[in-house]
Design a protein around this ligand. Structure first.
Ligand SMILES: Nc1ncnc2c1ncn2[C@@H]1O[C@H](COP(=O)(O)OP(=O)(O)O)[C@@H](O)[C@H]1O
Ligand SMILES: [Mg+2]
Length: 398
């Protein structure tokens, strides 16, 4: 049995659904930069969106486009997954990014000996820097001002000179989960990245930067993030519409020639239940295909499996979601789930709710704000999950 749905990792680029405008913007810019020999500048792209919406999948798709759809172009690219630990200070951040760029890169044309030598030397220097930093106590470190030892811009500029000398057209650096730069120093790193990106562009180095992050990066961090994000063309990933959901469901089956059809009504129900959220669509499809690997999935099958599907969602996600909420927040969640309409205002679900409680649930990603004073649960199946819960001590007033 083949089951191509895998909600745990980024989507296989061959299965990547929808997001046509984003993909064509990316492809067209690459084409134009190359055709114009850098007169058209590389676009920097910010792919923003909530958890599980497809940010990492998009970067992996970009990588695939660079490798397989850019015939004849000479492009160097690197995908850098960020972690909180690499953002403890600016130098560690830049050293980690450079190290990844020089270790885990892809290139559409082989790198010459000279470029490879350059990379080896830079990795050596970075390594020595790391060892020195590790051996110093924080006080000594401060005194010796070692914190400005890694010059991101200079290194990348020299790297670009090497690439250019070997006819490279473009270098693409993708930073996944940029929000981690806020782990320490309250996002000061953004200023440094911005300055370096501007300097690189001013010196004619053809770097394209692609970043991903949550939607809320902007309003919360306006003062820091705004000048930074002005350098980027921003794309907000939203849940799929019905056509997007259909494509996400059908594409892997077609690619893998799996003899299974999903009835249109089931597609619609899946779409409604998941809210078109790709992670949940993928999770539901993995579950259904495990049970019904071939033939046709009909509305009755879906209905029969639905309670188990909710259980499986609970194990994968909803239990953790619920556990994140405090008792007072749990009470609100259960109330909302019992409310007859999908959207609600704070007044409708029991009057004097503290706005801060709702805000906290929004920032935990469990409730979404849909408009002025209008809210809803982040996922329709989460509502079914909550309704299936016995109201226990989290709900003392009933
Ligand atoms: N465009 C897409 N096409 C198909 N599946 C997708 C797409 N975007 C996301 N997915 C599915 O959603 C899941 C989560 O995507 P991911 O890229 O890890 O999200 P994020 O990085 O935003 O948290 C993936 O495992 C994949 O199954
Ligand atoms: Mg991700």
């Amino acid at each position: 049995m083949k089951n191509p749905y895998n909600p745990r990792g980024p989507a296989d680029p061959r299965y990547y659904a929808n997001r046509e405008y984003l993909l064509s913007t990316f492809k067209n810019n690459i084409k134009e930069v190359i055709a114009s020999k850098g007169v058209t500048k590389p676009l920097n792209i910010a792919v923003m969106g909530q958890w599980g919406i497809g940010k990492t999948s998009t970067l992996i798709k970009f990588r695939d486009i660079i490798q397989n759809e850019s015939k004849g172009a000479k492009i160097f690219s690197s995908f850098v997954p960020l972690k909180p630990s690499c953002c403890v200070d600016a130098d560690t951040f830049f050293a980690t990014v450079l190290e990844t760029v020089f270790r885990d890169y892809k290139t559409t044309a082989p790198l010459s000996e000279k470029v490879q030598d350059f990379i080896r030397e830079e990795l050596d220097i970075l390594n020595r820097w790391k060892l020195t930093k590790l051996s110093l106590s924080p006080e000594v470190e401060r005194k010796q001002a070692i914190v400005s030892a890694v010059n991101f811009k200079d290194i990348l500029l020299r790297f670009w000179d090497k690439l250019k000398a070997h006819d490279f057209d473009l270098a693409i650096i993708m930073l996944d989960d940029i929000q981690y730069v806020f782990t320490h120093e309250k996002g000061e790193i953004l200023y440094d990245i911005r300055t370096d990106m501007q300097a690189l562009a001013a010196d004619g180095a053809l770097f394209m930067f692609v970043i991903t992050g949550p939607l809320r990066l902007y309003p919360e961090m306006r003062d820091k993030a705004e000048p930074f994000t002005r350098l980027f063309e921003r794309f907000d990933l939203v849940p799929f519409d019905i056509d997007g959901t259909r494509e996400q469901i059908e594409k892997p089956l077609a690619v893998e020639r799996i003899k299974l059809t999903i009835s249109e009504e089931v597609i619609r129900k899946l779409h409604e239940g998941t809210g078109g959220h790709p992670y949940f669509v993928s999770l539901a499809m993995r579950y259904l295909v495990n049970r019904i690997p071939e033939g046709k999935i009909m509305p009755d099958d879906f209905k029969a499996w639905y309670p188990n599907l909710i259980d499986s969602f609970a194990k994968e996600k909803f239990n953790d979601d619920f556990a994140q909420a405090t008792d007072a927040e749990k009470e609100i969640l259960l109330k909302v789930a019992r409310f007859p309409k999908i959207e609600f205002s704070p007044l409708e679900i029991g009057g004097r709710l503290k706005a801060t409680l709702l805000d906290r649930l929004v920032s935990k990603g469990l409730i979404e704000k849909v408009g002025r004073g209008r809210y809803r649960l982040y996922n329709p199946m989460f509502a079914d999950y909550l309704r299936s819960k016995k109201s226990g001590k989290a709900n003392p007033d009933e």
